[in-house]
Design a binder for this molecule. Structure first.
Ligand SMILES: Nc1nc2c(ncn2[C@@H]2O[C@H](COP(=O)(O)OP(=O)(O)OP(=O)(O)O)[C@@H](O)[C@H]2O)c(=O)[nH]1
Ligand SMILES: [Mg+2]
Length: 300
């Protein structure tokens, strides 16, 4: 048996969360087209016949971290680089930015080996550009290996999983076989609501909101088998104007977000879900260390 811990690191939006979900074969981490979607280090476990890999999805490391929330996200990512067996640096094919460069520099002097995953190769229409791109990227440091893949198309994902497992140290599993994820259902509910909000709200609004679960109870259904999860969630924003946008005309936006989140939670939990959403204002929460602690966004 082999087992180990592997951190997925990279700038925002390269597809780290998509890759975690693809590797484990389940949606564990929320995904959106906007950068800085992931805010916590999230562990997902890949169980194989001959071993186990604990993957850690991390917030995208970014420059210009002006607010306390941004600093907490960067800290959560950087803190996940210690005591791991392998670091997987995720980048986007044909798009190397100064933030990628900054991540690469941050990995200097780290004891763990670093592998490079070149994601989103499905977007490279001219495939003759891929080989020179891979060659160029391999020069940037001494990588354990370099692998092109597509997290959303599934291309090379299983190969990556096998390659990583083969490099894990020999040893017993770190977690029991039924353990797949590190968080509880309340965290999942907050994240799914935030994902739907992030996908449907424009511009800066996703960065000004967070979701906190105030109530979570589970009861047996009175008619038939199965369970009902009753969830009460508060969407915190920073200003009254933002609250109006989140709620929408006659509550239409909140209603749309609520039903999308409820449907997905019912699928993920395999249960009925009753989801109530409220929107409240807490001025400047994203730059307020006390608020961040209360919302579980710092000091992980
Ligand atoms: N075409 C294509 N799009 C992808 C691929 N992988 C991820 N994406 C898209 O890239 C966007 C960002 O994906 P995420 O998985 O949220 O990226 P991330 O690195 O976790 O981003 P942060 O959490 O913000 O750091 C989403 O719109 C994904 O659908 C891929 O292999 N191909
Ligand atoms: Mg992410």
């Amino acid at each position: 048996m082999r087992s180990g811990i592997v951190t997925l690191i990279g700038r925002p939006n390269v597809g780290k969360s998509s890759l975690l979900n693809a590797l484990v074969g389940r949606k564990l981490s929320i995904v959106s087209h906007k950068p800085q979607t992931t805010r916590h280090a999230i562990q997902g476990v890949l169980h194989a016949g001959d071993g186990q890999v604990v993957f850690v999805d991390t917030p995208g490391l970014h420059l210009q971290a002006r607010k306390a929330l941004n600093r907490a996200m960067n800290d959560a990512a950087a803190g996940s680089l210690h005591d791991v067996d392998l670091v997987v640096l995720v980048v986007e094919a044909l798009r190397w930015t100064e933030e990628d460069q900054a991540v690469l520099e941050r990995l200097q002097g780290m004891p763990a080996p670093v592998a490079l995953v070149v994601n989103k190769v499905d977007r490279v229409s001219d495939k003759t550009r891929l080989l020179p791109e891979l060659e160029q990227l391999s020069q940037r440091r001494d990588f354990a290996f370099v692998m092109p893949l597509s997290a959303t198309q599934g291309h090379n994902v299983a190969t990556l999983g096998a390659e990583i497992l083969a490099r894990m140290p020999e040893g017993p599993p770190l977690y029991p076989p039924d353990m797949i994820v590190s968080y509880d259902n309340a965290f999942l509910a907050a994240e799914i609501v935030r994902e739907k909000l992030t996908r449907s709200l424009h511009q800066e609004l996703p960065y000004a909101l967070t979701v906190a679960i105030e109530r979570y109870t589970v009861e047996d259904l009175q008619r038939g088998p199965g369970q009902m999860h009753r969830i009460g969630a508060v969407i915190w924003v920073e200003r009254d104007g933002q609250k109006m946008i989140v709620i929408g005309e006659n509550g239409s936006t909140l209603k749309r977000v609520g039903s999308a989140a409820r449907r997905e939670l019912e699928r993920l939990l395999g249960a009925r879900v009753f989801l109530q959403l409220w929107c409240r204002v807490r001025e400047n929460w994203s730059d307020d260390p006390k608020a961040l602690r209360q919302f579980g966004l710092s000091g992980e």
